[in-house]
Design a protein around this ligand. Structure first.
Ligand SMILES: Cc1cc2nc3c(=O)[nH]c(=O)nc-3n(C[C@H](O)[C@H](O)[C@H](O)COP(=O)(O)O)c2cc1C
Length: 334
């Protein structure tokens, strides 16, 4: 477990920056100690440029304010994430004041190894974030920090606008990827288009081993046809669980209907909580949504344990036996 500080740079309470920062913290907080710091609530004066911190006793700043606590946090944290609204193509003044106060030899005592960036702005300009990104890259280089990634959300002006796009899920995923990367165990992420054939292959292998025995040959054939049916497959979004480079589990969901089409974990990885982790990840990407699926007879106890409830009795269509189920919330964070 490492210590992550998220500097929330907007003075607007409950605004877009704060929502993104919280989504990031939800993702990272599963395995790390994450602290959100509202910079606007701190009393941090701008740097006076006197350079007394270079010559003075203990490199103390002549200004005694909340920066003292921030220095202490930076001495304990491994990772810092800067979250800011775009204010005139830069970060907010509150954050800029904090950043300028890092011009002190005290920074040699910082433990920070990694930096991340979350930005939100109202305009939809393609180069909206360029000035801040340039500054971000220079700071990474100056402090020799590893870049954990960025979440850039444009077109969000009013409070809550950020909920309309995929910004919240991207922030959650960035946090979650950090957790997974550190654990060096099973990592979970969204699959790219060129990884989908491997996901379909895993679906077929796992289906054949565990589910097909409960079906008539007609049902097995129907499932095989689905895996080759471009019209059926189009629009499905995939999330994969990886052991190193190896895909060992997957969820395929239709986001327009929030319906899970595929949910498989490689048999050699059963009973390791990978299915639960995958589902938890999905719920992080799509919080507070009702999710449906059609369970095979084999999958029924697992889905019930996750909190799904049957909405109808078992059906059989083209040899495929399934029970329609629904998940409407609940706490699976045991
Ligand atoms: C002082 C100020 C300056 C701003 N400058 C920009 C800007 O240069 N470009 C932009 O796209 N949005 C700009 N905005 C809009 C904010 O970035 C946008 O409303 C953002 O969602 C605010 O985030 P918040 O809800 O966390 O406060 C500005 C807003 C304020 C208050």
């Amino acid at each position: 477990m490492s210590k992550i500080i998220v500097l929330v740079g907007s003075p607007r309470k409950g605004g877009n920056t704060e929502m993104l920062a919280k989504a990031f913290a939800d993702g990272a907080g599963q395995h790390h100690d994450v602290e959100l710091v509202s910079v606007a609530d701190c009393r941090i004066h701008p740097c006076l440029g006197c350079n007394r911190c270079y010559s003075g006793e203990g490199h103390q700043c002549v200004q005694q304010d909340d920066m003292t606590a921030i220095y202490r946090k930076f001495m304990e944290a491994d990772t810092v994430v800067i979250a800011s609204p775009v204010y005139f193509y830069g970060v907010s003044a509150q954050l800029k004041a904090l950043i300028d106060r890092l011009h002190t030899p005290l920074r040699n005592k910082f433990r920070i190894k990694r930096l991340g960036l979350i930005l939100v702005g109202a305009a939809a300009l393609p180069d909206l974030f360029d000035p801040i990104l340039l500054q971000y890259r220079m700071i990474l280089r100056f402090f020799r920090l590893e870049d954990i990634g960025t979440v850039l959300v444009s077109g969000s002006k009013e409070k809550g606008d950020v909920l309309q796009g995929d910004g919240i899920s991207r922030a959650y995923e960035l946090g979650s990827s950090l957790a997974n990367a550190e654990r060096k165990e099973i990592s979970i992420r969204r699959l790219s288009a060129d990884e989908i054939p491997a996901a379909l292959d895993l679906a077929w292998r796992t289906f054949s081993e565990y589910e097909s025995p409960d079906y008539a040959p007609e049902g097995t054939e129907e499932f095989r046809k689905c895996l080759q049916d471009e019209a059926y497959l189009s629009g499905i979004e995939y999330f994969g669980a990886f052991d190193g480079e190896k895909l060992v589990g997957e969820i395929g969901i239709r986001p327009d209907r929030m319906h899970i089409c595929f949910f498989f974990v490689d048999g050699r990885y059963h009973r390791r909580g990978i299915g639960t982790q995958l589902f938890r990840f999905l719920r992080g990407v799509y919080p507070d949504r009702t999710i449906t699926l059609n369970s095979s007879p084999y999958g029924l106890p697992f889905y019930q344990a996750l909190g799904f409830i049957p909405t109808e009795t078992e059906k059989s269509i083209n040899g495929i036996r399934f029970t329609p189920m629904k998940y409407s919330g609940g706490d699976d964070k045991q």
